[in-house]
Design a protein around this ligand. Sequence first.
Ligand code: CO
Length: 218
Amino acid sequence: MTTLQDLFDNNRRWAGAMEARDPGFFRRLEIQQAPQYLWIGCSDSRVPANDIVGLMPGELFVHRNVANIVVHTDLNCLSVIQYAVEVLRVRHVIVCGHYGCGGVEAAFERRKLGTIDNWLRQVQEVHARHAAALDRLGSKQERLRRLSELNVIEQARRVCETTVVQEAWSRGQSLSVHGWIYAVSDGHLRDLGFESACAEQTAAAYLSSVAPARPPAK
Ligand code: CO
């Protein structure tokens, strides 16, 4: 009898159902993975990457951390991006945030939670950069929503600026970077209008997606 037996029971049921639906599924996966997408998302338990976009094991390469942050000195995130782009040769990198993000909220309110405050400084930098536009919004709820969106856009731009992505583009590799946001309240993804497929597109993608005149995301 192992601890957390219910999780092992769930696992055996899941593996059995997968194999029943598609005999040989796990054997084929064992040989290779060939995902087309790298997902950089929040660690939040309500935002399970594969489920949201309906992808199977083997179809989505995933990196998650609190508040979906991309830092140019984070060896973990950089290694994931490098492996995804250069070895797996994914065609899309998706940075996906979510409304109601506890990390974004803690950063916004400058809460003192411990070590994580240092990590969330990154979100406070986003807040500071866009303070004027955020202050123009009426309610705290609207500001938080917009800060969550702006955080995604800033992190997506950072992905574009990594040496890995810059070099992939200069080699002519087909690779697009996207900024999306997920609503826990209705399960829907929204495209934030940031999309860059080459070095020359990034600045325009950034400017158009942070523009205050942008219509509300649908
Ligand atoms: Co979050």
